[in-house]
Each structure stands twice: as C-alpha cells, then as structure tokens.
Design a protein around this ligand. Sequence first.
Ligand code: ADP
Ligand code: MG
Length: 215
Amino acid sequence: MAQTLNTGWAVDWLRRSAAVVAENRVMLIELDREIGDGDHGENLDRGFSAIVAKLDEESPATPGAAFKLAAMTLMSKVGGAAGPLYGTAFLRAATAVGDADELDSGLLSAALAAARDGVVARGKAEVGEKTMIDAWTPAVDAAAAAAANGLSPAQTLAAAASAAQSGAESTDPLIARKGRASYLGERAIGHRDPGAASSALILQAAADAAAGAGA
Ligand code: ADP
Ligand code: MG
C-alpha cells in the first residue's frame, strides 16, 4: 500500500468531484431550495465543470498546483457564498502542501485542516451553525486522528469522508446561524445544509481517488 499520494491523485480527486457534483446536482439544488435560493447545485456544477475543462488543457505539476487551479476556477466561476468559501479552502490547501510532489497522511491531514481554517477565516462559522463547517471539522478531526495513528492516505481520507457524511447528517435538526438559511429560523429544522452535503461528496471523491490510487 502506497504511503503517499501524488499529482495524479489530486487531478483524479478534482475530476471525481466534478462527476459526483454533476450526479448530485439536482439533489443539491433541492436541498438549497428548501433552505436557501436553490442555486448550490448549479453553482458547484458550473465551477467543477470549468475545472475539468482547465485540466483538459493543462497538467498541473504538483498537487498544490492542482489545488490552486481549482481555487482560482471556483473563485471566478462560482457565485454566492460557496464559491469564495470552496475557493479559499482549495487555496489554503495549496499553500499547506507547497511544492511537494508526494503527500503523506500527515501532510494530507494538515492540508484538510488548512482548508477548513480558510473557510472559517472567511465565513466565521462554528460547528453547530448548520454550514459546511459541520462537515469539514469532523472530517479534519478524523483525518488528524487517522494520520496520528499511522494510517495510510486512503484510510485517512476514508475516515475524513465518513466523518464529513455524519457531519452533514448532523445538520438536519439544526437552526442555521450563518448564510441565507439563517433567515429561516426554525423553518430550517429538518433540512440538510446543502454546503455540508456537497462537502461530504467532495471529500468522498478524495477518498475514492486515493483508493483508486492504491494508497
Ligand atoms: P448562497 O447561499 O449565496 O446561495 P450557495 O447556495 O452556493 O450560496 O451555498 C450555500 C452554502 O454555503 C450553505 O449551505 C453553507 O454550507 C455555506 N455557507 C454559507 N455561509 C457560510 C459561512 N458563513 N460559513 C461557512 N459556510 C457557509
Ligand atoms: Mg444558494
């Protein structure tokens, strides 16, 4: 089992993210229609399709370059709250990995933490406020624990993805305190946060790409 992931994994993650966002576009639109304005699936699909178009034209040299390409594309193509938040997440991940060619579990876990910290710096959300942070923070904690226990990159990302999914599910009974859904008060109860749902899908794509890479 490989102990590191490379640029091929990073590119595969982005391509798998685009595929899973496209497959779940309607689901994400419907979640956002319940507690927002219905554009989340459309926004992300546009952004990740543009990432795939760029990856068809240019080959990033490092995982960090792939994350930076994703960040720039998401920031320029995706409006609303999620574009700048996801863009910041990928940009911080790019900075965290620097120009490394290979990412081990520790560096992957640090990159996820940096991504989450970027979303917090930008959106100021805490866990329990019914945002994508409710998926990201458990994912970061699970990845840190997995890396500290010497698990492989694929196992580390699988732990993160599974925690993100539980985290997304944990938003169902919450009242939103940030973003558009916060205007709804108690009417947001019983609905899953769309950004938490998309974050879980994207982190699962990272784990699937790692499993595919035999890491
Ligand atoms: P908009 O709300 O502008 O229509 P999107 O629908 O694309 O943007 O994204 C909505 C998602 O963005 C929410 O489901 C939530 O997860 C996330 N979000 C909104 N505000 C914040 C924030 N301050 N911090 C973290 N995430 C946020
Ligand atoms: Mg929206």
